[in-house]
Design a protein around this ligand. Structure first.
Ligand code: NAD
Length: 498
């Protein structure tokens, strides 16, 4: 059986440990095994990171940026191979896998601007003969713990910014699709990053706990489900670390009566069913405002869903592929059954779907459920599959209240031609990222990504200036140079400008 090993300085000779199967979701079969590391293995990676980081931090930012330029070139040159590898372990179709990689590369492109981004502030003459200035310095060693659903983009969100700021970085990717993260580490080395600056350790809770408890790791970025995000945030913070921990989501799309319904239906089907619904910025809830809007929406949605084509991840004509594991397929189908038992009306049922020739693949057909209400468990929780729930709202205020009161607050979208309604919605909704006629409002790399409520723990977002802030410490210097005159006497009160 092929082994997907850790990528650490000096290799893994002598390391022992458990292994975990890596599946091919399209075939429903085990295709490899991934090594699961422990605290002893992490210790090796930390030692290498500690050895490499000071010289890297002392390398001027322009040179660090040049490594990022070269890394970007190498990833682009290897795009097809990376996308095929990613799709084979995740199950998303290859065109979508390329999107996963490209959105990560956008952050690398942002990181190339680090000489400008790291410039500090300066005030000449803040007091008599006194200048004040600030500098941003790396944390030292950062770690990233990432989910299965974006095995290229999310690691690059983290290490792209962390490394270019002068940190060493240890990545702990999802054990379900670990190959692309390893390839990214290899390409970073090829791009000119010194050994030890980007390493990859695999593992499950045992490795995550070792990271959370390691005294030499100063900052941890996590993306995954909310309960684990909460746990990582609490344990990491208790150990004195800086932690940002992004969690789950249940994003709503509000459809106002004046929306362009043809556009809404096209946008919704991609946002609800693309990547089999396994996106933290998917739109699994649609909220038509008014009964007439609901009827028009359903009338157009049904044929759109009918036209969706499922396929294996390498099928160029497939709209989406399998979900990630057999367990996850069972969980998604369980939520559909639960929603039905709670009173939801199933309009399209994706349970029991099999793809001819790939009967063991983890496919779930597109599912549409009407008359879902906020008290249902299947509404309150994240399903993370190709399931679209319709929650009817009588008016704008009722629609606004739904995402605002939901436990998750990652993304939300409003579809309307009414500028005032859109403006009002964006200002008042209790959610971190808002789309106006944009179904998946993932901000571009030089802005910042992060949800609210149980979708994010900690107070700093991913990438953009927030990322630069997360991966650096600010130091502020107040300086006065002696001019030979003994001005003033001893000061026993705090200096003021009064
Ligand atoms: P997950 O929480 O199962 O796993 C995430 C990471 O945590 C993995 O590296 C995994 O190895 C580790 N982990 C798993 N169980 C653990 C435990 N008990 N203790 C410590 N670590 C543990 O998430 P997933 O299924 O890989 O990813 C899907 C989830 O991620 C969804 O909830 C999705 O909404 C969320 N997500 C959120 C965002 C965001 O930015 N908010 C982005 C992508 C995905």
């Amino acid at each position: 059986m092929r082994l997907i090993d850790h990528h650490i300085v000096g290799g893994t000779a002598g390391a022992t440990g458990r292994r975990s199967p890596v599946l091919n979701p399209s075939a429903g079969e085990v295709q490899a095994e991934v090594a699961l590391g422990d605290a002893a293995l992490l210790e090796r990676a930390v030692a290498a990171a500690l050895a490499a980081q000071p010289a890297w931090a002392a390398t001027n930012p322009q040179r660090r940026a040049r490594v990022m330029f070269e890394f970007k070139r190498l990833v682009e040159a290897n795009m097809q191979e990376l996308a095929e590898l990613l799709a084979s372990e995740h199950g998303k179709v290859i065109a979508d896998a390329k999107g996963d990689i490209q959105r990560g590369l956008d952050v690398i492109e942002f990181a190339c601007g680090v000489p400008h981004l790291l410039k500090g502030e300066y005030t000449q003459g803040a007091g008599p003969g006194i200048d004040v200035y600030s500098m941003r310095q790396p944390i030292g060693i950062g770690a990233g713990i990432t989910p299965f659903n974006f095995p290229a983009m999310i690691p690059m969100w983290m290490f792209g910014v962390a490394i270019v700021c002068g940190n060493a970085f240890i990545l702990k990717p999802s054990e379900r699709d670990p190959s692309v993260p390893v390839r990214l580490c290899e390409l970073m080395l090829e791009a000119g990053a010194p050994e030890g600056i980007l390493q990859c350790v695999h593992g499950d809770k045992e490795m995550v706990d070792a990271i959370l408890d390691h005294p030499a790791i100063g900052a941890i970025s996590f993306v995954g489900s909310s309960d684990i995000a909460n746990y990582v945030y609490e344990r990491g913070a208790r150990n004195g670390k800086r932690v940002q921990a992004m969690g789950g989501a249940k994003n709503h799309g509000i459809v106002m009566p004046d929306a362009d319904m043809d556009q809404v239906v096209r946008d919704l089907s991609g946002a609800a069913f693309g990547s089999a619904g396994e996106r933290c910025m998917a739109l699994p809830v649609v909220v038509p405002v008014g009964e007439g809007t609901a009827e028009r929406l359903i009338e157009k949605l049904l044929p759109e869903i009918e036209s969706l084509r499922l396929g294996i991840s390498s099928d160029p004509d497939a709209h989406y592929g399998p979900v990630v594991t057999g367990d996850h397929k069972a969980r998604v189908e369980g939520w559909i059954a639960k929603c039905e038992a709670e009173g939801g009306k199933i309009l399209v049922d994706g349970r029991g779907f099999t793809l001819q020739g790939h009967e063991k693949g983890f496919f779930v057909g597109p599912t549409l459920i009407d008359h879902v209400t906020p008290d249902m468990e299947s509404y309150k929780n994240e399903i993370f599959g190709p399931v679209l729930q319709i929650v009817r709202a009588p008016d704008f205020e009722a629609a606004l209240a739904l995402p605002s009161k939901h436990q998750y607050g990652n993304g939300v979208a409003i579809f309307t031609r009414n500028g005032h309604a859109a403006r009002e919605f964006a200002a008042r909704v209790n959610v971190g990222m808002v789309g106006i006629n944009v179904p998946i409002p993932v901000p571009v790399a030089y802005h910042t990504f992060g949800g609210w409520k149980r979708s994010a723990f900690g107070d700093t977002n991913q990438h953009g200036m927030e990322g630069i802030k997360f991966w650096t410490k600010i130091k502020t210097i107040t300086a006065k140079w002696p001019d030979g005159s003994l001005d003033g006497g001893n000061a026993f009160i705090i200096p003021t400008m009064a």
